[in-house]
Design a protein around this ligand. Structure first.
Ligand code: ADE
Length: 427
């Protein structure tokens, strides 16, 4: 715990180690170098400070990329408080820099208990936010429990993930969503890049950092063929693995098949998989029966949002002993076989690696920042619904990203536009 005062502003924080701040600052600087779209927004708004007087509470993985988002919010005038959105994903050096260098009230450290996790979320709401930024909807759902304390000042919130948007749409469906949410995840410049290329690379990065295993020649089983599953399957195949996909949705299964992957049930796949990666957002995807079928030495990892996809409690129950192989691998000794679980079944890309590369978080967080600006402008006038990102915002971000990569694209002529918008010209 710590409190520092700057110009009479008190900054409270709960971080692991203040002495890590310089390392964290260096890494946030590195990320900033690779996030040109977000930095261009920071430069655009640092003088006019459109978020002056706006209080923002964020609950999102404390990574170097999130550090750049926090810097952008702060330099646009916002008062910011923050907490992690996963007990194992906080980068402690980054948390230290956010507290000490950015003077942001942050409550986060790697390896917290569930109680501490929710305590941190509640600490981050103490500034009485006008706007929330969420990743997985834990903050938003928590605020809904005490909504009477907040509603008059809440303009709205944003949600980063597929899982969080599903939860919040479910809340809306039963008529219980109490403040407007912008579904950042549903922007094309978010889920078509972050979920596909970001998780595709960072999930394998996590498994490789934890195990140093050779993917080439291995049977890799990817559960789920949504954006995340697609990205992981493609990258694993690129490393020379034999990729098998399991699915419950016939259309997604068909896509996987026509993309060249073997498609089968988890029951079948559990007997021949070397490495399993869950990406579904559903629970018990590798359940009791599947665990029974697993072969000796199978490695299990989860890249979906919550730690419910692999039935870890079954592993615990069925094993006679377990041994921590390294920080991120637990070996479970079951009847005549050993099963390896990475990162306790939590998000492998953030627990065992550093999350998505800065270049993709650039677009996700540009969407976050622009959504915060919209909510600040709305001053609470939006109805309590889940909103999509406007197409123009998506296109603006995509164009800015292309420009940062020195990529030119064609522009429609007037005649072409008229043709595309008309009906009269046929065969
Ligand atoms: N989610 C996945 N990767 C991330 C990152 N690098 N920063 C914040 N949130 C993330």
């Amino acid at each position: 715990m710590g409190i520092i005062s700057l110009n009479h502003i008190m900054v409270n924080y709960r971080i692991k180690d203040e002495s890590l701040a310089q390392d964290g600052k260096n890494r946030i600087d590195w990320a900033e170098e690779h996030m040109p779209v977000l930095v261009s927004l920071k430069d655009k708004y640092c003088n006019i400070k459109p978020l002056t007087g706006i209080r923002v509470s964020g609950c999102l993985h404390v990574t170097k990329e999130t550090g750049v988002l926090i810097r952008t919010l702060k330099s646009s005038g916002a008062d910011v408080s923050w907490c992690g959105c996963n007990p194992l994903s906080t980068q402690d050096d980054v948390a230290a820099s956010i507290a000490i260098d950015e003077r942001v009230s942050i409550y986060a450290s790697k390896g917290v208990s569930t109680d501490q996790y929710y305590h941190d979320i509640n600490s981050a709401t103490k500034i009485r936010p006008n706007i929330t930024i969420d990743d997985g909807a834990d903050l938003t759902v928590e605020i809904h429990k005490f909504i009477d304390d907040f509603t008059s000042e809440l303009y709205g919130g944003t949600e980063e993930t597929t899982t969080g948007v599903i939860r919040l749409r479910a809340l809306q469906k039963v008529g219980k969503l109490m403040y407007p949410i912008i579904a950042v995840n549903d922007a094309e410049t978010k889920h078509d890049f972050d979920n596909v290329y970001g998780t595709g690379q960072s999930a394998l990065d996590g498994i490789i950092r934890a195990t140093n295993i050779l993917f080439s020649g291995k049977n890799v089983i990817v559960a789920g063929y949504g954006h995340v599953g697609k990205g992981i399957s493609k990258k694993a195949a690129g490393l020379g693995a034999n990729v098998t996909v399991t699915e419950v949705d016939p259309i997604s299964a068909l896509k996987a098949k026509l993309d060249g992957f073997t498609v089968t049930t988890m029951k079948q796949a559990s007997s021949f998989g070397d490495i399993f990666i869950t990406t579904t957002g559903c629970k018990d995807v590798i359940g009791k029966e599947d665990i029974n079928e697993l072969k000796d030495g199978a490695i299990l990892a989860n890249a979906g949002h919550f730690n419910v996809e692999i039935a870890v409690s079954e592993l615990e129950q069925q094993s006679s002993s377990k041994i921590q192989i390294n920080e991120n691998i637990m070996r479970y000794d079951l009847n005549h076989k050993k099963i390896y679980l990475i990162g306790e079944g939590r998000l492998v890309n953030l627990v065992a690696a550093e999350g998505h590369p800065s270049e993709v978080m650039d677009m996700s967080f540009a969407n976050q920042f622009m959504s915060v600006l919209k909510l600040a402008e709305s001053k609470g006038s939006l109805s309590p619904l889940v909103y999509n990102i406007p197409r123009e915002q998506d296109q603006e971000i995509a164009l800015a990203k292309l420009r940062s990569m020195n990529v030119d694209i064609d522009i429609l002529t007037q005649e072409q536009e008229a043709y595309l918008n008309g009906f009269s010209q046929g065969t």
